[in-house]
Design a binder for this molecule. Structure first.
Ligand code: TYM
Length: 343
């Protein structure tokens, strides 16, 4: 059995929170590259349920979404024969390492996190949990337990990855070389998908107050069409990539098109050379999104129609993940000076 000591291939680890409905942003920024990279790296993909409780949550929904997200990993092409798919809370090592690292992480580092500030600002001050502040340390624990070399994520996780690197380096400096210092792996297109109804804001799975905010992976084709045809654009006609915030809507649609088709920017623009305005642009975006989502939805329906299948994969995944995670945790405990429980 391989463990940290006998790591043969480079590793990746990544995760998605089981909160809300997964969006095409989650797919293009994360899942799509996981499915590709599993052939190049030894891969660990977890459903980060412990992160999902850092904001108000419902237990029934947490249960349902945890299975749904795991099934969507597989439906998106992550093969449980190749990659390890597991649930974060099935391994106590994640919570334990998180505590150990929290005690080594300066509060100032956490106070600087923009995602904490954004999420905290959306809640009443007195209901913001200290878990939300400590969230990035749990994420660091997720990554460092597997000695991951690379972490495939969307652009919004860049700052959390920087913190993970800082925590790893601090630990290595204090207690000797223990953790691999991981790199963020951010895809060239699709890493920053914006909201359809507000193209200067990130498309988010937890923004439930607006029906036209996000395209979900499990939306039927007619709903995808309705959402994209209503996407906010501008009053111009030019179909081109742009960093101008006024033109963010068109840029976002082009980026979605590019990420689904995997074409170069030149090829994308050539595809629209004959388009007659934004209506044409939107129609073609609808086509490529639905072409991309249909097979995912079919696989999702197949996987979830077999009772117990997803749970079985998760049980096997937890076993495999534990081999690696527990070996790292043991080393950490020893380095930090904790006594072994047994003689
Ligand atoms: P989460 O659940 O918010 O998002 C999951 C993944 O989807 C990416 N993503 C996007 N990519 C492009 N455009 C978007 N609009 C978009 N929205 C989300 C995210 O960058 C992410 O890769 N903290 C993480 C979960 C996590 C994690 C980890 C990730 C916990 N532990 C360890 C990597 C490694 C999060 O909240 O992701």
């Amino acid at each position: 059995m391989s463990n940290n000591g006998s790591k043969k291939r480079k590793r990746v680890l990544s995760g998605v929170q089981p909160s809300g409905n997964l969006t095409i942003g989650n797919y293009l920024g994360a899942l799509k590259q996981w499915a590709r990279e599993q052939h190049n790296f030894e891969s660990f993909f977890c459903v980060v349920d412990l992160h999902a409780i850092t904001v108000p949550f419902d237990p029934d929904e947490l249960r349902t979404k945890t299975r749904e997200v795991a099934a969507l990993y597989m439906a998106s092409g992550i093969d449980p024969e190749i990659s390890t798919i597991f649930v974060q809370s099935h391994l106590p090592a994640h919570s334990e390492l998180s505590w150990l690292l929290n005690c080594l992480t300066p509060l100032g580092w956490l106070n600087r996190m923009t995602q904490f500030k954004d999420k905290a600002a959306k809640q009443q001050a007195e209901s913001v949990s200290s878990g939300l502040l400590n969230y990035p340390v749990l994420m660091a624990a997720d990554i460092l337990l597997y000695q991951a070399d690379a972490v495939p994520v969307g652009d919004d996780q860049r700052q959390h990855l920087e913190l993970t690197r800082d925590v790893a380096q601090r630990f290595n400096h204090m207690f000797g070389d223990t953790f691999t210092v991981p790199e963020a792996m951010i895809p060239p297109s699709g890493a920053r998908i914006k909201a359809l109804d507000e193209p200067t804001a990130k498309m988010s799975k937890s923004q439930v107050d607006s029906e036209y905010h996000a395209a979900y992976l499990l939306d039927p084709p007619n709903r995808i069409k309705k959402k994209i045809m209503r996407a906010v654009t501008d009053s111009g006609r030019d179909i081109e990539f742009s960093t101008d915030p006024e033109r963010a809507g068109v840029n976002n649609l082009l980026e979605i098109y590019q990420a689904f088709t995997e074409k170069s920017s030149e090829e994308v623009l050539a595809d629209f050379a004959d388009a007659r305005g934004y209506g044409d642009l939107k129609k073609r975006v609808v086509e490529v999104v639905n072409e991309g989502l249909t097979p995912i939805q079919q696989r999702y329906n197949d996987l979830t129609s077999e009772a117990g299948y997803v749970d079985e994969i998760l049980a096997k995944g937890a076993e495999r993940a534990a081999e690696v995670a527990n070996a790292t945790l043991e080393l950490v405990r020893e380095r930090m000076g904790f006594l072994k429980a047994h003689v």
